[in-house]
Design a protein. Structure first.
Lengths: 742, 62
């Protein structure tokens, strides 16, 4: 059993209005979905469920151990949402409700539909196979024609509704593709399935020896299994991403008309509302400052690490960090002319350009369909004109060409690899949004990194720790513990100090000082603490891009600490390894030249550009693409979002802003950069496996087609060939797991 | 061969029974949490007596 760490200083349930997260359920009850931190095992599951059911009025509490989520239903008269969250907190779990406006049930419904189709196809395949095996056995012994016809008719009776029901996902997609004058893998599948079914009914009516009902239903079953696995992989990635979003508490402190402050989900904040932003919090909306003055850290938006001073009338953007004072912000809609709007416009244009990429599977399909269909047509003409057959038997042989080449292996060749690969990447901490991102990752030859938040960690690090004694730093760290400024927090973390002084007073814009008895201690800007200018100048010389924090202790001794956002621990090693593998590495940052130059020097990156705007980032990436390069963009800020969408493929750390995560093809977890290198390596191996699988399908067709053209295909051969080739490509995909990359 | 008239409907009927059972399990959400389901088997909450152990089962798990 774990006891998750609940920080005693910040009771989450404080003034939060949890009921805004609830949705009406059955019988007048309220329902809420929460992401729960700290669920690790089955014991947590029963602790939470039992603990909540002990509350009066809680009708239903169920933990989902797969998605780490909790669903609660309660009677609004007997208990309120706040009591539920407080009970959870007492049990040792932090709960974060999902914003009901952001949860989508769409993919769940799609996945259930696939499962239903799969169940029906499985039932059909088994029952028809039962009848078919009897016919095959009877054909070589002593079955009489009426019995065989009966068996075929019963098979038809099962197959027709099953195909109509289970084939819908393919038929829909094929019709959509044809309506847009494109072709995809579902077009030959649909043609094959419909023709095979039609031929089998025709053959049954003239009481022929062979019918292919078993093949057609089995084909659907195999394809649906592939589809379902693919869908399941995307669903899993999405649910983890949603949990992460909920854990980052995307809510806003809304100021009511009567002056009360309530925390509400973002989807319930309307333009024109007034929102409170407290020091140390992220601004959750775009808006204009109505009241108050503060410094804002915009690094997530512009990449610039310098703080920006804002006052009444200034714009603030969602995702920025308030490090100074309390702000009241009037929420604006994203109207024309704002930064976000500009970013969105660039994003749309870039996304359109990207959709032109043609997936490997679709390319294979567009080559495959004409070849197979003309082969079938030639077979028909050949047998009819030169082979001396009538129209009907010649047509049957032609259709059998379509049956045996029905793209079972081809349709599985790539999804099977994608599913296995995304599973490997999932365990390595890389969540892929789309299956074809793997192919695009494999083709990359140039990698462009953003600096702030991507190569560096979002938190600052102490640079000149060795200048001071441990005791002296601890003294500074204790006072820093009381600060909410990010630099103060970083200093406290760096010194691992605990127990801040009891009484601390904040001097706005300058720092903090002790307010108790005895000599005053101060922490903040160097001149606030009386640091001598020579020391400050020397530190600026040593660490040109660092921020300085000074501390004056009770005896009047002053130290000056230099803090800077630290480079990810393994960044240098990862970049060296990437360069050794032959990738061209580049840095594109919105930050100042000095800061970028220092990082680029440390990491050994020769090509870097500083102070670039979002449009410049796109321009650079387009220029690289025009040179014929395949670009991987790794970035996290809002200013990176358009570039992420414009690049061939893009990755984003999990700390990135919402928009960037949505624009990126994959998100990587943790404080390390290694997942980027792993993703590239795994993707290359996956691409090899995909090409092998396509090769296997071609070989299979090269063997099968001549047999079909010669008119020798029996249902038994078709069934064996189809399942054999499907199993072969699936096994080849599974082989990827045997590698040591995860 | 007359026996087929009974056997085929019985075989298909049994298959349909399985299919409906599957559809029912799907509809009642039994595949929503495969990870949790395997642990719930071990829970004693449904026992009539109030003797459910105070310590949660599987307490030795990490």
């Amino acid at each position: 059993m774990t006891t998750a760490d609940v920080s005693p200083s910040a009771p989450l349930s404080g003034d939060r209005d949890w009921s805004a997260f609830a949705t009406p359920g059955d019988e007048g009850r309220l329902h809420m979905d929460l992401a729960v931190e700290g669920i690790t095992c089955a014991a947590c599951m029963s602790t939470i469920e039992r603990g909540l059911k002990g509350l009066d009025g809680v009708a239903h509490a169920r933990v989902n151990l797969t998605t780490r989520r909790l669903a609660v239903d309660w009677e609004p008269q007997a208990v309120d949402a706040g009591a539920i969250v407080r009970r959870l907190e007492r049990l040792g779990y932090r709960a974060h409700p999902f914003d009901p406006g952001r949860l989508t049930a769409e993919e769940d419904a799609e996945s259930k539909e696939l499962l239903r189709c799969m169940g029906a196809a499985g039932f059909g395949a088994m029952n028809i196979m039962l009848l078919s095996v009897s016919v095959w056995a009877g054909n070589v012994t002593d079955i009489d024609a009426p019995t065989r016809d009966l068996f075929h008719w019963v098979s038809a009776l099962i197959a027709i509704p099953i195909v109509a029901y289970s084939g819908r996902p393919f038929f829909r997609s094929a019709i959509r593709a044809l309506a847009a004058f494109r072709t995809n893998m579902d077009v030959p599948i649909t043609i094959g399935v419909v023709l095979t079914l039609g031929l089998s009914i025709f053959e049954t009516m003239r009481s022929a020896e062979h019918a292919f009902f078993d093949s057609v239903v089995m084909l659907l079953f195999f394809l649906l299994v592939g589809r379902f696995l693919d869908q399941n992989m995307r669903r899993r990635t999405r649910s983890v991403a949603e949990n992460i979003a909920a854990l980052r508490v995307e809510s806003a402190a809304l100021i009511g008309p009567d002056g009360t402050v309530r925390d509400v989900p973002l989807s319930k904040v309307e333009p024109g509302a007034l929102v409170l932003v407290r020091p140390g919090e992220r601004v959750s909306v775009d808006g204009v400052v109505e009241e108050g003055a503060s410094d804002i850290d915009q690094s997530l938006i512009t990449g610039e690490t310098d703080l920006v001073a804002v006052g009444p009338g200034d714009r603030v953007y969602a995702g920025t960090l308030d490090v100074g004072g309390v702000l009241k912000v009037r929420v604006t809609a994203a109207t024309a002319g704002t930064l976000l709007d500009e970013v969105n416009r660039l994003l749309e244009a870039a996304a359109q350009a990207k959709s032109k990429y043609m997936r490997l599977a679709d390319r294979a399909a567009s080559a495959y369909a004409p070849i197979v269909h003309s082969a079938a047509a030639l077979t028909f003409l050949g047998w009819w004109l030169f082979g001396g057959l009538d129209v009907a038997p010649a047509g049957i042989i032609a259709v059998s060409v379509l049956i045996i080449t029905c793209p079972c292996a081809l349709a599985l060749a790539i999804p099977a690899v994608q599913v296995v690969t995304s599973g490997i990447l999932f365990r390595a901490g890389v969540l892929i949004h789309s299956g074809d991102a793997i192919e695009r990752l494999a083709s990359v030859d140039t990698i462009v990194f953003d600096k702030t938040g991507t190569l560096t960690l979002p938190e600052a690090r102490l640079l000149n720790m060795s200048d001071f004694t441990v005791e002296r730093l601890l003294a500074a760290g204790r006072l820093a513990r009381a600060s909410r400024h990010p630099l103060g927090v970083a200093l406290a973390e760096a010194t691992r100090a605990v127990a801040p002084p009891a009484e601390v007073r904040e001097v706005p814009g300058r720092g903090i000082e002790t307010a108790g008895e005895g000599a005053v201690e101060r922490l903040g800007a160097p001149d606030f603490c009386g640091a001598d200018e020579a020391t400050v100048a020397a530190l600026h010389e040593r660490f040109p891009d660092a921020s300085l924090v000074a501390h004056r202790d009770a005896s009047g001794g002053v130290i000056v600490c230099a803090l800077r956002q630290g480079v990810r621990e393994d960044a240098a090693a990862v970049i060296a390894a990437l360069k050794a593998t032959g990738y061209a590495v580049e840095i594109l940052s919105g930050d100042r030249e000095a800061a970028v130059a220092a990082i680029a020097g440390d990491l050994g990156v020769d090509r870097w550009t500083s102070g670039v705007k979002p449009a410049d980032k796109i321009a650079r990436i387009e220029a690289l693409k025009a040179e014929g390069r395949k670009v991987l963009m790794v970035g996290d800020g809002l200013n990176d979002a358009p570039a992420l969408a414009a690049a061939t493929v893009s990755l984003s750390p999990v700390t990135a802003v919402h928009l960037s995560q949505a624009a990126a093809d994959a998100v990587f977890l943790g404080d390390r950069l290694t997942p980027v290198a792993v993703a590239l390596r795994v993707a290359r191996r996956a691409k090899t496996a995909m090409v092998q699988n396509l090769g296997l399908s071609v070989v299979y067709n090269a063997v099968a087609v001549p047999i079909a053209v010669a008119g020798l295909v029996t249902p038994l051969i078709a069934a064996l060939a189809m399942s054999g080739s499907s199993i072969l490509v699936t096994l080849n995909a599974l082989r990827l797991r045997l590698g040591g990359d995860h | 061969m007359d026996v087929l008239i009974f056997l085929i409907p019985i075989a298909i009927g049994l298959g349909l029974l399985g299919l409906f059972a599957f559809m029912w399990t799907l509809k009642s959400g039994q595949y929503d949490d495969l990870e949790g389901a395997k642990w719930r088997i071990l829970e004693d909450d449904d026992l009539p007596s109030g003797k459910a152990p105070c310590e949660p089962p599987g307490g030795s798990q990490k």
